[in-house]
Design a protein. Structure first.
Ligand SMILES: NC(=O)c1ccc[n+]([C@@H]2O[C@H](COP(=O)([O-])OP(=O)(O)OC[C@H]3O[C@@H](n4cnc5c(N)ncnc54)[C@H](OP(=O)(O)O)[C@@H]3O)[C@@H](O)[C@H]2O)c1
Length: 337
């Protein structure tokens, strides 16, 4: 079968198309003929050697993919031939609280990933794709979609009518915007681009702020919320945005710490602003299969169609990685089938 390999720490330039032998199936394993795979910032971190994978390790990249079940081991019960399935981010985190053994493996970071024509995996790693979505759309769910779901409704615990500040217009953020809109939340979203902010408004953003033109954007968030601040921030900026995000949060509110996309200013967070504001900084890592199934139900009920900035042919995978590195509006997907 055709696949790509990437050398951890050797940059996107190390991506190579290769021919690999098809794997044998174990009793609880399923062969998925992949149709689409999606890129996450994690995959760029692996390429750049910033993800804790030993430099020089060769991986079949990407965690996220969707396709069709073509073969099953003798004991498989969760799926059947012909099912359209999504590959989960944490194959061992099925339900409940996060725990070390549940996050001990992830596709494309050791176990072979989804930038290949086929994936052989334990049946537990799979969920049935939402009815009505294309494979490309379904491929965006497992990492970015589940992260946004967990951040808003599980870790973040938001209720309808609450307010959320979303930073930037990347994969997690646009998923969060779509979920917020569908759930009746008030969403304020930032971007470096007015054109992207116009697209965010078209998706239902309540208010938008250009963080380049308004570098003190936390003041604008406070102004928009009558001085109160938002209930929750989805923090994807990291060191470069954390202090402002905390300031933009209401008394007793939560900052869900998701990522580090902003250039780091290195400014330390003063404990006093959390204590005096009774604010919670909550780290998180994607989510469980149960969260993915809850999200899939929500997608089917609300009719959300995930935003794909661009889909690339398999042969153009390196160009897809470069697009993602520049910063896409929503997701970058690769057509694998
Ligand atoms: N903890 C978890 O569970 C988890 C899961 C998924 C992702 N992550 C992390 O979350 C982050 C986002 O992931 P992603 O896949 O959504 O990334 P992405 O698609 O690559 O996000 C790119 C966008 O980030 C925005 N950005 C960059 N600097 C910014 C700043 N100073 N302020 C606001 N926005 C800024 C830009 O938006 P504009 O172009 O609109 O300016 C850019 O287009 C990454 O650090 C990733 O590693 C964590």
């Amino acid at each position: 079968m055709n696949a790509y390999e990437l050398v951890a720490g050797k940059s996107i330039d190390s991506l190579r198309q290769v021919e690999r032998p098809a794997k044998e199936l174990g009793a609880h394993e399923v062969r998925v003929k992949l149709s689409a795979a999606a890129i996450n910032f994690r995959d760029l971190m692996i390429a750049d050697g910033n993800y804790g994978i030993p430099a020089g390790q060769v991986v079949v990249p990407l965690s996220d993919g969707a396709g069709e079940v073509v073969e099953m081991g003798s004991e498989v019960v969760r799926v059947k031939k012909g099912d359209h399935v999504i590959v989960g981010f944490w194959p061992r985190w099925l339900d409940g609280q996060i725990a070390p053994e549940k996050i001990s493996a992830q596709f494309g970071a050791g176990p072979d990933g989804t930038l290949a024509e086929q994936l052989v995996t334990d049946e537990n790693a799979l969920t049935i794709a939402p009815a009505g979505l294309s494979f490309a759309e379904a491929a965006t769910i497992a990492c970015a979609g589940v992260t946004a779901w967990n951040a808003l409704f599980v870790r973040g615990g938001l209720k309808p009518g609450a307010s959320v500040l979303i930073l930037g217009t990347g994969g997690v953020s646009i998923w969060a915007l779509q979920l917020a809109q569908a759930a009746g939340l008030r969403s304020i979203i930032t971007s470096s681009s007015d054109e992207k902010l116009a697209r965010a408004r078209a998706l239902g953003a309540s208010e938008t702020i250009n963080y380049v033109k308004t570098p003190e954007w936390q003041d604008e968030v406070k102004r928009l919320t009558n001085g109160r601040g938002v209930d929750l921030v989805i923090e994807v900026g990291g060191k470069g945005t954390m202090k402002r995000s905390i300031e933009a949060t209401r008394l007793g509110g939560t900052i869900v710490v998701v990522g580090g996309r902003a250039a780091a200013e290195g400014a330390a967070v003063e404990p006093g602003v959390l204590i005096g504001g009774a604010k919670t900084l909550a780290g998180m890592m994607v989510g469980s299969r149960q969260m993915q199934e809850d999200l899939i139900s929500f997608i089917e009920t609300t009719g959300i169609r995930p935003v794909i900035d661009r889909s690339y042919a398999f042969a153009d995978a390196p160009a897809a990685f470069r697009h993602a590195a520049k910063g896409a509006f929503g997701k970058v997907v690769i057509d694998v089938g």
